[in-house]
Design a binder for this molecule. Sequence first.
Ligand SMILES: C[S@@+](CC[C@H](N)C(=O)[O-])C[C@H]1O[C@@H](n2cnc3c(N)ncnc32)[C@H](O)[C@@H]1O
Ligand SMILES: O=C(O)C(=O)C[C@]1(C(=O)O)C=C[C@@H](O)C=C1
Length: 245
Amino acid sequence: MSEADRLFASPQPPADFTFNEDVVRVFPDMIKRSVPGYPTIVENLGVIAARFAQPHSRLYDLGCSLGAVTQALRRHVRAEGARVVAIDNSTAMVTRCREYLSAQDSMHEELLPVEVVEADILEVPLEPASVIALNFTLQFIAPEQRLGLLSRLRASLLPGGALLLSEKIRFPETETQALLNGLHLDFKRANGYSELEIAQKRTALENVMLTDTLDEHRARLQAAGFTTVVPWFQCLNFTSLIALP
Ligand SMILES: C[S@@+](CC[C@H](N)C(=O)[O-])C[C@H]1O[C@@H](n2cnc3c(N)ncnc32)[C@H](O)[C@@H]1O
Ligand SMILES: O=C(O)C(=O)C[C@]1(C(=O)O)C=C[C@@H](O)C=C1
């Protein structure tokens, strides 16, 4: 079972956030208390994917962490011969993800088969896929690599497939940005995080999690060859998009 997130509760020297074993131990609690709407997004990615999943195709969960999206795909998608490929480059995440998924395997029958791969999504070769999920992963990719990655994802999507992209976003208008950022901090406070925890996590994320505006996402997705971008969810400064080839 996952522990409560107290990672940033005591004063510590500044260091960049990484998805290491300490984070893995508390990750389900951390992400639920940090990302407004996370449980709704994850469950509905399964529901949305069911509409795009094609028989005998792959469904990718890129930056899968502990496999929350993979589990939702397996709860909702019933496409004959389809399989899920979950990829992450954190050894600690991949190890725990495999444990969670084998527990799910032992409780349910007839789930889509899943393969968990430890790899860098910027380098791993991608096979044709009907669904590709990037749930809060693109924001951790260096900005100059994002268009190249999305172009590769577009090239590997089958006709009729979909990219499901969730991200923290920022807003071009100063007042809107201040309001929604403030409300996000209120969300964290309401979930029991102290001012010290909030401040230290923010410093840790500063260099590694760089957010874009919705317009920047749209423009980049178009440049990567997606024709249609449909925002289906927003809670405060967190959004989820369906991008179609
Ligand atoms: C915020 S978490 C994703 C949460 C997860 N998708 C979920 O819904 O619970 C970001 C994940 O992306 C992974 N990641 C970041 N850069 C990556 C890369 N270049 N290749 C593979 N995984 C990457 C991290 O290790 C981390 O597990
Ligand atoms: O924006 C923040 O303050 C966050 O904590 C966000 C966020 C994310 O969106 O991935 C950052 C790191 C953790 O993985 C959990 C949540």
